[in-house]
Design a protein around this ligand. Sequence first.
Ligand code: NAP
Length: 304
Amino acid sequence: LCLLDPSRAEVFASTFGRLAPDLPFRCFRSEDPARVRYIITRVPAPALAQLYTNVDAIFSVMAGADALINAELPQRIALVRMVEPGLIGMMRDYAVMATLALHRELPHFLARQRERCWAPISPVPASERRVGVLGLGVLGTTVIDALRPFGFQLAGWSRSKKDIINVPCYEGADGLRVVAARSDILVCLLPLTPETHRILGADLFRCMPPGGRLVQVGRGPQLDECALLAALDSGHLRAAVIDVVEPEPLPREHPLWLHPGVILTPHIASQTRGETAAAAVIDNIRRVQSNVAPIGLVDRQCGY
Ligand code: NAP
């Protein structure tokens, strides 16, 4: 059962028709709710479980698990977030764009251009710039691989220990301070959980070297926007590229809009691509049918 908006649902319907004609596919409603085994949606309503009593899995088209977990659905229903090549590629592009923009002082030059001010700054080679990636999952590791060819000094941070060739990796609270201290540019690709709520705050910014920069592509509530503005205004942090904020849309009067050190985008870093997402759901249904864990299965205990 597909509960996506009509244009999305159409793409899913045609992809299912082409790649999985054996799977009965319904949009918006089913004449027999008891027969519905899999639901495709964006943000699931808690009432879904009462309506569709035999559902085995709910597939969200969102990459984050937070909305799935917040729906508080019964434990017997597998919650599956979206992992698909279209979304991964878009995040790779955005994170590289944002990192390069901060590396090459784009916020400074955009602000000076508006003032008709010719204000050169000597560029620093990428080999002298340290980039730390917070979150080494599907997206974080893709971004690390995409940044490698530029020659940045890379580092990473995750919950469990990771081994990535030529990239020092850290974990735990102490590890976070180490990564922050050795990152001229910090890229956040963490899921939103109680542990990562407001993780991008004054304590973390203090650990970063003077002139540090931030790319925030995780989830809005991870960032303490007041702390970021204070760090930027004090000159300790130099600039930021922010794709996710709280709330979204950002209120018109919010100071982030016009801060000269900030490039703000409206949560567009990455979006699910219809066809590849539908193919990923089909693949996952086949996995569930074969008693294999679906890709993107949410661990309710970990919260992502
Ligand atoms: P993922 O594969 O689940 O990876 C999450 C990573 O974060 C893992 O490495 C995990 O550590 C680490 N992590 C989680 N909690 C942590 C903690 N408390 N301390 C340290 N590390 C922690 O997720 P993903 O697919 O890469 O996506 C990451 C996030 O990107 C999503 O949850 C979503 O919020 C965001 N996103 C944003 C956009 C956008 O358009 N802005 C689009 C897509 C996704 P372990 O490896 O040890 O488990």
